[in-house]
Design a protein around this ligand. Structure first.
Ligand SMILES: Nc1ncnc2c1ncn2[C@@H]1O[C@H](COP(=O)(O)OP(=O)(O)OP(=O)(O)O)[C@@H](O)[C@H]1O
Ligand code: NI
Length: 340
């Protein structure tokens, strides 16, 4: 079957391209099939969104790009993850460390996994800026680096950036840590930022401020963003192209317009109708009943079938392929809503 990834298509240069990525995690309970045949691409200066409810594999996908999952549990990776053509799945640890920070910046969902309690927020910022200067040869004085760091912390809505600069992680609130992490990622001036729930821990005003700053960065620097969130509202406000994930699979992709006005997959419809302000005129469906299947033993056919009001015997038996339609939309469903 021909695989066309969600993302840039032919419009722009492809920066990141994930092809047929499958990944299993070895847990105490057994092998969990977390990612199943994931395909997506991020173009230059593109912000692409990945949305799906909790446990669907978004963070595992984000971490697998730079091989940040614990080696002991991440097993059986198949497929490829190409960064500007280079397959990161076969890259050395050393090469991955090089890529991380200056070429690809990560904003983790849980900032505490990133911070070492012995280092101040400022030291992370200084390291990121210093690293960038070494790579790009735009070195300045320590005072200039510090001024840049404090300016960036201020632009992320931290009211006392000087104090935050000198603080240790445990002296900062969760929301503050999250913003330091975002600032450190931006400071490295990477070509791609993978932002995993960057604003989920923050209140709405700060959230808007940060999303605005991320937009500005895409416009003014040569940066792409892979934005991950369970919040379709956030994704829709930021991304032209959206990938909908369900239980480790991609169920639908398309432009914001395609997905929000004519969603095809029953799961996408459920997601949209759960966010009233998106205004999808579907009256019967309100949210999605039930929960994500146990990935230790995923359903044999469509992984969404157990929760789907349209599921038939076919859905319970045969896994639907992600098929590509006009306008680049992709849907993996035996009984999609009419959308063309
Ligand atoms: N370190 C780990 N050990 C065992 N299982 C894990 C680990 N990390 C993730 N998983 C499992 O992988 C699946 C996907 O988790 P993941 O964190 O990627 O979901 P998510 O979509 O990011 O959810 P959320 O919206 O809550 O962040 C879950 O079933 C989770 O239990
Ligand atoms: Ni997550």
């Amino acid at each position: 079957m021909r695989h066309v990834s969600a993302g840039s298509g032919n419009r722009t240069e492809t920066m990141l391209s994930v092809s047929d990525l499958s990944l299993e995690l070895a847990t105490y309970d057994g092998t969990v099939q977390v990612l199943d045949n994931i395909n997506l691409a991020v173009g230059r200066r593109e912000t692409i969104g990945v949305v799906g409810e909790t446990g669907c594999g978004k963070s595992v996908l984000a971490k697998s790009v730079l091989d940040l999952l614990p080696r002991a549990i991440a097993r059986y990776r198949r497929g490829s993850i190409r960064w500007k053509g280079e397959n990161l799945l076969s890259a050395t640890r050393k090469r991955l460390r090089q890529v991380r920070g200056t070429e690809i910046g990560m904003v983790f969902q849980d900032p505490m996994t990133f911070f070492d309690p012995l280092y101040t927020a400022g030291s992370y910022m200084m390291e990121a800026i210093g690293h960038r200067e070494r790579v790009k040869g735009d070195g300045g004085s320590r005072a200039r680096r510090k001024a840049e760091a404090i300016d960036l912390l201020g632009r992320l809505g931290l009211t006392e950036p000087d104090r935050v600069f000198d603080s240790y992680p445990h002296q900062l609130s969760g929301g503050m840590r999250q913003r330091v992490l975002i600032a450190a990622a931006i400071a490295g001036s990477p070509e791609l930022i993978i932002a995993d729930e960057p604003t989920t821990a923050l209140d709405v005003t700060v959230q808007a401020q940060i999303l605005h700053l991320l937009k500005e960065i895409v416009e003014t620097r040569d940066t792409s963003i892979l934005l991950i969130s369970h919040d379709l509202g956030v994704i829709a406000s930021m991304c032209e192209r959206i990938v909908v994930m369900y239980a480790g699979t991609i169920v639908e992709t398309g432009t914001k317009r395609q997905l929000l006005s004519r969603p095809a997959h029953p799961y996408t419809i459920g997601l949209i109708s759960a966010v009233p302000r998106l205004g999808y005129p579907q009256k019967q469906v309100k949210g999605i009943a039930g929960h994500i299947p146990n990935l230790l033993n995923p359903p044999p056919g469509c992984r969404f079938a157990p929760r789907c009001h349209k599921a038939t015997a076919l859905c319970r038996k045969v896994k639907p392929e992600l098929a590509t339609f006009s306008g680049g939309r992709q849907v993996a469903c035996h009984h999609p809503e009419p959308f063309e």
